[in-house]
Design a protein around this ligand. Structure first.
Ligand SMILES: Cc1cc2nc3c(=O)[nH]c(=O)nc-3n(C[C@H](O)[C@H](O)[C@H](O)COP(=O)(O)O)c2cc1C
Length: 585
């Protein structure tokens, strides 16, 4: 009976969970060959996988301390399943369905299935309470609940491909995780026991209510055509997304100095247009990372698009393909790379044209993980590699660590423990010698270093035969106080204008207007990356939001080109931008 409760709960997380698993645990599975894993018994596993309830599972990372959310659609629940589900619910609430609450040892079934149950329980029915689970919320003592099962993830989180913090941030709670992902990567000893189904049901209900609210709010949004600037898209998305999602997207490290300066650094420049030139038609086309692009912009790789919208990164694939811009896919994307590539293949066919896609990687402490990843990237046909080098340790987003214990978040009062940098996907030993390893395992792929600030590092990148650098402070999400990408470009251009011509430079961080793109181009950048704007756009309007964001920028870029008196991007010269000390308010 208990098992049926669990299975029914799992059914509610069924079919799409199998195809849209937790991004981070997808990558855990991707690397699971070498780890000690314990699969669910076959029968149970099959029932989970074949369950027909539509689920869109989202595991979200929210700024620094990260959160897990799944969106579930019950639209395709058939009558039989609905009875099952409702029966489970009413059973859990003490209905006439006998058994669920009256078991002496609810863990017996699980033992029979081969789980090691240590007999932990602290309520009269033999279950663990959520209060008990909540007391294990620190990096060195971390439990999570998945489908009513409690796991000790203290050791596991250190190797979690999506980073340690996502697990630690969810320690002590039920992150409403899809079945057959996290638990498949845990050894039997990690299993601690079961949570009372009543409590599991309550958390699902709260989750469903929140999902219904978001869906309703999204349906009531103004037409996408009313969005006139990128900031409209951001405001619109923020108006209805859950605080933890907004907070994750807008999040920054420590005091947010770098994040706010990203925006303001563009205001330290004035454009100096040329006049009386025929600019009846302008050509904003260029190459980004060596790939033809309709505009001198690209989607900067940003994790967890699924947090904001059930189609997540797939929205960006479609929007980028339809508008002809290059998409940077994050190593921490919510969808597995295979699914993103499948969507790309569909779009390539539909558009009769190969869209541009590049993949972002972090160096793992376990290089074997990178080898598998790079193989997938090569086989999948990504056209360049962005190696993010500004994240050799995990981020420190105090603002969201605080949110973890505030109203609207799951368990008031819970705070993160001391930050422990044990995360395998941030390697503080990374250095220039590692480039050989990447070059060896990604033969033929142009490599760009993402997150460079210092001119000497640009010179070293050139010396090591890299295709280019992205001047960036990671959207202000890593080293707070780090110089902005645009300021780095200004400084490097001022010190060594020749260098800017000898290696491709890109900029990201804070760019929100077409004329700002031109400012960067005037100082020698090949293009500008935008991160948050595409996350907000897809969160609010899905694919249409991404298309709208690109159209807004296209119009702004084309108009700015006309007003600057340039017909194509090669006509934008350094003397057309003047940098000043004061910041325009
Ligand atoms: C929510 C979010 C997630 C991000 N995830 C990644 C990532 O996985 N890898 C990476 O290299 N950069 C990541 N970034 C940084 C972006 O690629 C980019 O550097 C930054 O967002 C640019 O600033 P902007 O958002 O102001 O345009 C992320 C940024 C945000 C906002």
């Amino acid at each position: 009976m208990l098992r049926s409760t669990l299975v029914n709960t799992a059914r509610r997380h069924g079919a799409r969970a199998a195809t849209h698993p937790c991004p981070t645990c997808t990558r855990a599975q991707f690397t699971s060959a070498s780890s000690t894993t314990r699969r669910l018994p076959d029968t149970q596993s099959k029932r989970y996988i074949h369950a027909a309830v539509g689920l869109i599972a989202i595991i979200g990372v929210y700024a620094g301390t990260r959160s897990v959310i799944h969106l579930e659609s019950r639209a395709n629940v058939n009558e039989e399943q609905r009875k099952d589900i409702d029966g489970t619910v009413s059973g859990a609430k003490g209905s006439k369905k006998a058994g669920v609450m009256s078991r002496i040892d609810p863990q017996e079934d699980l033992r029979a299935e081969g789980w090691e149950v240590d007999g932990s329980s602290n309520d009269s029915d033999g279950y663990l309470t959520m209060a008990e689970v909540a007391s294990h919320h620190l990096a060195h003592d971390a439990w999570v609940v998945v489908e009513g099962k409690v796991f000790d993830v203290t050791e596991f989180h250190k190797n979690h491909p999506g980073g340690s913090q996502i697990i630690v941030a969810n320690a002590g709670r039920d992150p409403v995780h899809p079945p057959n992902t996290l638990e498949n990567n845990l050894s039997p000893e990690c299993f601690k026991g079961l949570v009372n189904p009543k409590e599991v049901e309550e958390s699902l209900r709260a989750f469903e209510a929140e999902q219904a609210r978001v869906e309703k709010a999204r349906d009531a949004l103004p037409e996408v055509e009313t969005m006139l600037g990128l900031e409209d898209l951001e405001e619109t998305a923020q108006s209805f997304l859950a605080p933890r999602v907004s907070n994750y997207y807008s999040g920054y490290s420590l005091d947010g100095h770098s994040a706010s300066q990203n925006r303001s650094s563009f205001r330290k420049c004035r454009l100096v247009p040329r006049v009386m030139r025929d600019v009846t038609s302008v050509r904003p086309q260029t190459k980004i990372f060596g790939i033809p692009s309709a505009l001198p912009i690209y989607v900067s790789p940003s994790s967890n698009a699924l947090l904001g919208h059930p189609d997540g990164e797939l929205n960006i694939v479609r929007g980028a393909a339809k508008t002809g811009i290059v998409q940077g896919v994050s190593a921490a994307a919510s969808f597995p790379l295979t699914e993103i590539l499948e969507e790309k293949a569909k779009m390539d066919e539909e558009m009769g044209n190969k869209m541009g896609m590049v993949y972002q990687v972090y160096l793992s402490r376990d290089r074997e993980k990178n080898v598998e990843q790079l193989q997938q990237v090569l086989e999948g046909g990504c056209q360049a590699l962005l190696l993010t080098v500004d994240s050799n340790v995990g981020d420190h987003r105090q603002v969201t660590e605080k949110l973890k214990g505030t109203k609207g978040d799951a368990e008031p009062g819970i705070r993160m423990g001391p930050i422990e940098n044990e995360d395998q996907w941030h390697d503080s030993s990374q250095n220039w010698d590692d480039l050989q390893f990447i070059q060896k395992h990604a033969p033929g792929l142009p490599i760009y270093l993402k997150g460079v600030s210092h001119i000497e590092d640009v010179r070293l990148a050139k010396k090591h035969g890299l295709a280019g650098c992205i001047l960036s402070n990671h959207g202000g999400r890593q080293l707070d106080g780090a110089r902005t990408g645009f300021d780095s470009l200004r400084s490097i251009h001022a010190q060594d204008p020749q260098l800017v011509k000898e290696i491709e430079l890109y900029v990201d961080g804070g760019c929100r207007r077409g004329h700002e793109v031109l400012q960067a181009l005037a100082l020698g950048a090949k293009g500008v990356g935008l991160g948050r704007p595409f996350l907000w756009a897809q969160a609010a309007y899905g694919e249409q939001g991404v298309i709208r964001a690109v159209r807004i920028l296209e119009k702004e870029i084309a108009t700015a080109m006309q007003l600057m008196g340039v017909r194509d991007l090669s006509q934008i010269k350094p003397d057309m931008v003047e940098c000043i000390q004061e910041i325009w308010k």
